[in-house]
Design a protein around this ligand. Structure first.
Ligand SMILES: Cc1cc2nc3c(=O)[nH]c(=O)nc-3n(C[C@H](O)[C@H](O)[C@H](O)COP(=O)(O)O)c2cc1C
Ligand code: SF4
Length: 605
């Protein structure tokens, strides 16, 4: 083991920033991070044991105790549940003879749940030793069981088990064309670097990761910093359940994404770039390395790119199963080899990012669009979309529709038009933007895809009339509690309390007072959490509570109450206890219609 650890430390140049990549290799070889490895690494990388342990404990793909030789993780995304995941998990437990969260006695296999793996268009999905498994069903589980029991090495397994399709159903500006390799850089150098930034500015391009910050402004801020060292980071963490478009962009348009990163490097003056690739997309790693190597050989990466005096290269860093690492400052911490805990902002990454140096972080799709604009000019992009949302948006569509997959739409398209295209019928509602986004009902399908109306990083999950929306709320609330990094109390404790409270209501043990308390708790988590995860963790509850108060009411337990109970007084007490005038506002009507009221309300629970 000592020799192995020394070998990987050496190939990572003994850099502490590479800790995550080193731990990934150790985990893959030993199926856990042995104490002896931690001890050895501590000396080699000059970091304390406790720091290494805290990193191991932070990421869900690292373990301090052994997992099975075959580590099987099944995606817990709501779309996998909709595709019958529960039944499959029961079948797996029976066939493999291992309980969920356990290692089989012979140490050969372990089984557990994992957060969304980015395969919602071809679920139920899972991971085996980090590699994506798609379209799981009983026959594939039989096959997997056989292969595991015969101890067949993973690289000899039938490739159809690992088949990941792009499923592109609608192309537009970005997906409809493949830019010739080097074309964006050549155009940028020909036009001039400053002029290219101006072109991107005029195009109106806004970040595609969700928040929609203007890309040219971000790049300008970064280049204005008085530092000689700057970095470009492509955020391919894509952990929001229901999002998988970056997976497709990196599978089929990676060259253009790297080209967009290189254009950015030329503009801001960066020499080093990183692609932060979520661990769940391990299957893309070799292919992406190959494309980078090709670009080096074609003079599009490395020193003196296209003889224009630009030195720039890109390194791929794999994540290790932490949704929070999609948040840009947490991502930078992770790139530095640490636990992905979001930093205080300001300072923003453009002034103090990777290693404290100015850093641009952009989404995969943003870099792809920037490359397209560099080639085709600003009008090509700006002539499409709405006044505040230029160009197109690539959506990952999943859930109850005939054709789950990738769709590119001009901003301003209506939700109804999108539903028609993907073959969704009898739709109850759509979750736009993943768990942190908004749930809209079938009364709102004339709303538009746009930053000024429905903004989304790309997740679009359809629910038909047979679905119970509370199942979705339950799943999303558990997701946030699981993914909270634990750094700040409102989110760490709040998401866990939200989970308990939702469980209680969904299981039919909640009172009207519980719902009032739930709403109040939502406001606390939303208003006092440190980062975007906590600030949006209550969205699934708040958006559905507003739209479906009856649904919550239908799950309240029935308790007979003494005649003459003062309903208004009880509600008033609940609000006073919650110290908010509007707490429970959406529920007044609901509670008023409950014939019997729980005594707990009277004591302001
Ligand atoms: C919890 C959380 C997760 C996020 N995940 C992602 C992600 O997977 N991909 C992404 O591009 N942005 C993600 N973001 C947004 C990033 O912080 C950042 O705004 C984005 O990468 C900037 O790129 P853009 O300007 O191109 O959108 C996330 C934010 C939060 C709060
Ligand atoms: S809001 Fe949640 S995820 Fe964000 S820092 Fe606080 S605990 Fe971590």
């Amino acid at each position: 083991m000592r020799q192995f650890i020394r070998g990987i430390a050496e190939s990572n140049h003994y850099q502490a920033t590479h800790l995550l990549q080193i731990l990934r290799q150790i985990q893959s070889r030993y199926h856990y991070i042995p104490e002896a490895a931690i001890e050895e690494l501590s000396g080699l990388l000059n970091i304390s044991r406790t720091q290494i342990i805290s990193v191991v404990e932070f990421y869900s793909f690292f373990h301090l105790t052994p997992k099975g030789q075959y580590e099987l993780l099944i995606s817990d995304s709501i779309t996998d549940h909709m595709l019958g995941k529960e039944n499959l998990l029961d079948y797996l437990v029976k066939k493999l003879g291992v309980a969920i969260g356990k290692v089989r006695e012979d140490g050969l296999v372990s089984l557990d749940n994992t957060s969304c793996t980015g395969m919602c268009d071809q679920g139920p999905a899972g991971l085996i030793n980090g590699y994506a498994l798609t379209r799981l069903d009983h026959p594939t589980i039989d096959k997997i069981t056989e292969l595991v029991n015969q101890q067949i090495p993973l690289d000899e397994w039938p490739c159809e088990l690992f088949q990941v399709d792009d499923n592109i159903y609608k192309s537009g500006l970005l997906l409809g064309q493949q830019i010739e390799q080097g074309a964006a850089l050549k155009s940028a150098f020909k036009r001039g670097i400053k002029e290219t930034l101006a072109e991107i500015d005029k195009s109106g391009l806004r970040g595609r990761g969700g928040a929609g910050f203007k890309t040219a402004t971000k790049w300008q801020f970064c280049s204005d910093e008085r530092e000689s060292e700057r970095y470009v980071v492509c955020n391919a963490d894509e952990g929001e359940p229901g999002t998988f478009k970056d997976r497709v962009l990196l599978n089929s348009y990676a060259d253009q994404v790297f080209e967009g990163m290189t254009v950015c490097a030329a503009i801001i003056g960066a020499k080093q770039g990183f692609l932060y690739l979520r661990g769940e997309y391990l299957h893309l790693y070799d292919k992406l390395q190959h494309i980078l190597e090709q670009r080096r050989q074609s003079g599009l990466l490395g020193s003196n790119i296209l003889d224009a005096g630009l030195d720039f290269d890109i390194e791929i860093c794999l994540g290790a199963g932490a949704y929070i690492c999609g948040e840009e400052s947490a991502l930078i911490e992770s790139l530095e080899g640490k636990a992905g805990i979001p930093r205080n902002r300001p300072p923003y990454p453009v002034t103090q990012g990777y290693l404290g140096k100015p850093t641009v972080v952009n989404n995969v799709e943003t870099f792809l669009a920037a490359a397209g604009i560099a080639v085709n000019g600003c009008e090509w992009f700006a002539s499409i979309g709405t006044e505040k949302s230029k160009g197109t948006k690539i959506l990952s569509i999943s859930g109850d529709c005939a054709r789950p997959g990738i769709y590119e739409y001009p901003f301003g398209s209506t939700i109804q038009a999108i539903l028609n295209d993907c073959g969704a019928v009898d739709v109850l509602g759509v979750q736009v933007g993943g768990p942190s986004g908004t749930f809209i009902t079938n009364q709102e399908f004339d709303r538009k895809l746009a930053f000024e109306d429905l903004a989304t990083g790309g997740s679009f999950i359809v629910f038909n009339a047979n679905r119970n929306i509370l199942d979705m709320v339950h799943n999303f609330t558990h997701f946030f509690a699981h993914e909270s990094c634990g750094f700040c109390t409102p989110c760490r404790v709040g998401t866990s309390l939200l989970q308990k409270q939702i469980d209680k209501i969904v299981e039919g043990h909640g009172s009207a007072g519980d719902v009032v308390a739930l709403e109040e708790l939502c406001q606390l988590v939303k208003n006092y959490s440190h980062c975007g995860l906590g600030q949006t963790a209550a969205n699934p509850i708040l958006t559905t509570l507003e739209r479906y108060p009856d649904l919550y009411q239908s799950r309240l337990k029935e308790i007979s109450y003494e005649p003459g109970f003062d309903l208004d007084g009880a509600l008033e007490t609940a609000r006073r206890m919650a110290n908010r005038d509007d707490a429970g506002a959406h529920l007044t009507q609901t509670v008023a219609s409950v014939a019997t009221l729980p005594p707990s309300l009277a004591v302001g629970e």
